[in-house]
Design a protein around this ligand. Structure first.
Ligand code: THU
Length: 133
């Protein structure tokens, strides 16, 4: 697990953009901050659609932004929400696929760390590209 200073740096990076979350339907704003292996931190938010099923979580938006910047190796992600929720099932799959067994830091709306865990704990026995042969 990354040290507490790095955890707080990631939480703060997510806190900074959370107000930009576009969540007019659920009113549940989420932000994520992804620590890349080169030290850069990439952040993102959830973005909802009037066609509800097209909404995209903060975690997947953040990963896509990082990949678009050419990032391929990752260390940790902080996720900030009202109450410090864990990533949804769809995001767990994408997180594991793209980032592997990274550290996960869960923060609440005040920026307090509620929990820390890892992707392997959140998605045991994961399906991944290895299974495709
Ligand atoms: N959401 C996220 O962005 N990340 C999570 O970890 C949980 C859920 C979003 C999806 C939707 O825009 C809103 O929160 C309510 O589900």
């Amino acid at each position: 697990m990354i040290d507490i200073n790095k955890q707080n740096e990631l939480i703060n990076a997510a806190m900074k953009v959370r107000e930009n979350a576009y969540a007019p339907y659920s009113n549940f704003q989420v932000a994520a901050a992804l620590l890349c292996a080169d030290g850069e931190i990439v952040s993102g938010i959830n973005m909802e659609s009037s066609s509800y099923g097209l909404s995209v979580c903060a975690e997947r938006n953040t990963i896509a932004t990082a990949v678009a910047k050419g990032k391929r190796d990752f260390i940790a992600m902080a996720i900030v929400s009202r109450n410090g929720v864990t990533p949804c099932g769809a995001c767990r799959q994408v997180l594991f696929d793209i980032c592997g067994d990274i550290d996960i830091i869960l923060g609440d709306e005040k920026g307090n760390i509620q929990d820390t865990t890892t992707m392997k704990v959140l998605l045991p026995k994961a399906f991944s590209r290895k299974d495709l042969g």
